[in-house]
Design a protein around this ligand. Structure first.
Ligand code: PLP
Length: 310
């Protein structure tokens, strides 16, 4: 029977024992930074492949710098802790890994300085988030994406997810699968937990980091796969809301959402109102890559189980 483990207070413990105090600074003020990493189960290899471990921890380091969180771990320590937790947990299914660096002092008072920092990792089974086969029906959110001048979106800060949660719940309660947020200038920014792309005349276009996006690792993966495998370059530039309405295809990317086609926005079908051909091709390539089935990209996949099938 698989049992989830966590790295917590410098030890590996069963997840059920990893508890913080209600007074913890990060819990009260959103002063933590985190990553969402997928572990993808490969039945043939009887292996969990963690996808782009290196890039996720590199982004976590940047988030820590922005939030003044001390992060005294070497890459090797981080990779080893992460794969050990997965191996000890023993799951034979898709997983989500949550490394989180946080202001751990049990003290009240809003600030970033003169506080202790700590770091934890936990693992959870995690299937599909949106439906990548059917695609997502989306709405333009009435909530704007937070600006770099308010809370920097390039850092994956827990507190910033109040913005995403407001948008996601509004969308879901109004009958949509996902919200697409605009930035304060009115340009398209991103989904509540996904980056967004449009396909127009066989070109791929996506908003730049200056549109207050989280610079997604799936985004970079898909840009690379489109270039290397399909010979299609991606242009990063401002995207208007109405461009989404008239696009040939539209899709979202994220660790949770994978590559999910957007088939409808604000009650308007995008393209033919079903997953488009380029999105479908990219998505097939992507799913093979993340499960360790494409030897060319195996360097993006870290195996966790030491006893692999011969
Ligand atoms: C707000 C937001 N944008 C974009 C993404 C996609 O980023 P990534 O592909 O690194 O998961 C995420 C998911 O982590 C997110 O939370």
């Amino acid at each position: 029977m698989p049992t989830p483990y966590a790295y917590f207070k410098k030890q590996i413990v069963p997840l059920s024992e990893a508890k913080i105090s209600v007074v913890t600074h990060a819990f009260n003020y959103g002063t933590a930074v985190f990553e969402g990493i997928r572990g993808n189960w490969n039945e043939d290899d009887e292996q969990v492949y963690v996808f782009r471990l290196k890039e996720h921890y590199a982004r976590l380091r940047k988030s820590c710098r922005i939030m003044r969180i001390d992060f005294p771990y070497s890459d090797e320590e981080l990779y080893s802790l992460t794969t050990r937790i997965v191996e000890m947990s023993g799951y034979r299914e898709d997983l989500y890994l949550r490394p989180l660096a946080y202001k751990s002092s049990e003290v009240l008072g809003v600030r970033l300085h003169d506080l202790e920092d700590d770091f934890l990792i936990f693992v959870q089974p995690f299937g599909p988030y949106l439906d990548p086969d059917k695609g997502a029906r989306c709405c333009t959110s009435t909530w704007r994406r937070v600006e770099d001048t308010a809370i920097p979106a390039r850092a994956k800060i827990t507190g910033i997810y109040a913005n995403s949660a407001l948008a996601k719940t509004e969308a879901n309660l109004n009958g949509f699968d996902e919200a697409i947020m605009l930035d304060e200038r009115g340009h398209v920014s991103e989904g509540s937990g996904e980056n967004i792309f449009v396909v127009q005349d066989d070109r791929i276009i996506t908003p730049p980091p200056s549109s207050n996006i989280l610079v997604g690792i799936t985004r970079e993966t898909v840009i690379t796969l489109a270039r290397e495998e399909l010979g299609v370059e991606t242009v990063e530039r401002d995207v208007d809301r109405s461009e989404l309405y008239t696009a040939d295809e539209c899709f979202m990317t994220g660790t949770a959402a994978h590559v999910t086609p957007v088939v409808e926005l604000d009650h308007r079908p995008i393209g033919e109102g079903k997953p488009g051909p380029l999105t479908t091709r990219l998505s097939r390539i992507y799913f093979d890559v993340i499960r360790g089935k494409n030897p060319k990209y195996l360097h993006w996949c870290t195996p966790c189980y030491s006893k692999v099938k011969a």
